[in-house]
Ligand binder design. Sequence first.
Ligand code: ADP
Ligand code: MG
Length: 567
Amino acid sequence: MVYEANGRQSKKWTTFVHERIENGDFSPPFNMVESDHDIALEDTDRIHGRSALVNNVRAASSLAGAIRSTLGPKGLDKMLVEEDGSALVTNDGVTVIETANVEHPTARMLIDASSSQDRAARDGTTTTILLVAEMLQNALELVRMGVHPSVIVNGFEIALKESLLEIARLSIDANNVQKKRVVMTSLHGKGDSSLCEKISSLAILAAENLSEEKGEVDLERFRIKRIQVGVGNVMETDLVNGLMLLKSRVDVSSSKDSGSGNVAIIDGGLERAKLEINASIEVESPEALKEFHKRSIKRIEEKIEHLSSIGVDLLVVREGIEDEVISLLTKLGIVAYRRFERKDLELLSKITGAKPVRDPSRITEADLGRFSGRSEESIADVKHTLIEGEGVGMTLVVKGSSPAIREETIRIFDDAIGVAHRLNSSPGILPGGGATQSHLARHLRSFSQTQSGREQLAIEAYASALESIPMILAENAGMDPVDAILSLSADQKSSGSWMGLDLEKGKNRSMMENGVLDPEFVVRHALSGATEAAISVLRIDDVLWARTDPSTPDWQEDIEDYSSDSP
Ligand code: ADP
Ligand code: MG
């Protein structure tokens, strides 16, 4: 649907040959023992040399073509229709291509680059794909002019290195106001603007709380629980400190809230032992059965007395608690909660410092944690409990009557906190609106003059690929892309490199004033990821696939058209 070369089921891919041709020979690598290979490769279809490159570049371009119109705040949406007819409207490049049923191996390499961008930087996914496709198209032009792919690879590596140095020179560290603008820029087009503004503020706040915490990847995923409440307005969505749960204490006669105290976390249950499926016990009389039952309850009671003796005030149990022991818990002043998801236990452990222990009779004072407060309230007739502590842990309470809007709000928050949290450790920011890419292109063009040989041409090709970003942004906003890039380049020369495209007004403006700011780590990762992907495609000289399926993948049918291109 999205990728034009996709359609019928294609053959299973077996091999790519990544051929680095250091010696300047770009002819097919199997020349020497061609006849042997012909036998070995009997059941293998093969394209090589320039045909392979042409075919791969076409695949990259058609993938980029499918998402080009989504780039930037003025980008259009795509409707993705599943086989069952369900539809998703999105403007997110990575969602579009991950949903599309793409089988061309080169296209898959690009999708991998974009997914890696999503994982590492949470943004810049469309940009990554567009950059790879532009780099490859420009590289193909050079190959047609007789420049060897390994020279282009060298040139691209030099250009990337120089670009990263220049990015460091251009970037500044964000203050708090700018951080919020960065997060809002990354949310452009993802939802209603007042909602995005609200969510950006919450994300900045959450990220600030996380800023002192170290040593965990994806901290922002584990330390913030997301819950949905089906009442009120989505604009009432809020962030609370602590772990909020959709449940109430086991004994409603115990107190509804409490101040600080000791908490124990049991990663198991306070239940009678269950018999294995095939096990049976023989009882001689009903009394013996009763006695057996009494004894197992007694054992649980002993565990509870142990908990009380080490000073537990709040007990959190992952599995069940036997109803018959609840009154004892209350009598000993222990407020208990049962049936927790493991990830909630983990978060509670971070918040209170309590160490989850499987067997309650083995728990010691050292395993206990401290909570600073516990309270219960009813929201929309559902009991909620909030447990707070010294450790960092939060809950996003998403309100709103429509489940679809609540889900969307969570997605927006995930993107926002992803960027906001990463800004803590990498606070560098760059001008958006195509300014950074336009600046880099100008810089690389003058830098290329200092290089000798044909690499110069490759560096210029790389510069032009970067310029495609402002051009596509302009195009998607209904501006003339060529005029836009020429005037942007001129304005940057006279007024500095923070001048970028104001897509609302159709002219250039300082991106600092306009508040259109991109995180440095997103731009860096997109550039490195795109260059790496383009280089891997350029190094493929031979494509082999097993002849197992009688149907020919339709992206392969074009090969004949390019046979005259082959060296
Ligand atoms: P990606 O998936 O690559 O993040 P987006 O559709 O989010 O793609 O577009 C990001 C690009 O849009 C960035 O280059 C950013 O600078 C630019 N951009 C975002 N908001 C604006 C704006 N208000 N004006 C101009 N450019 C913008
Ligand atoms: Mg984006």
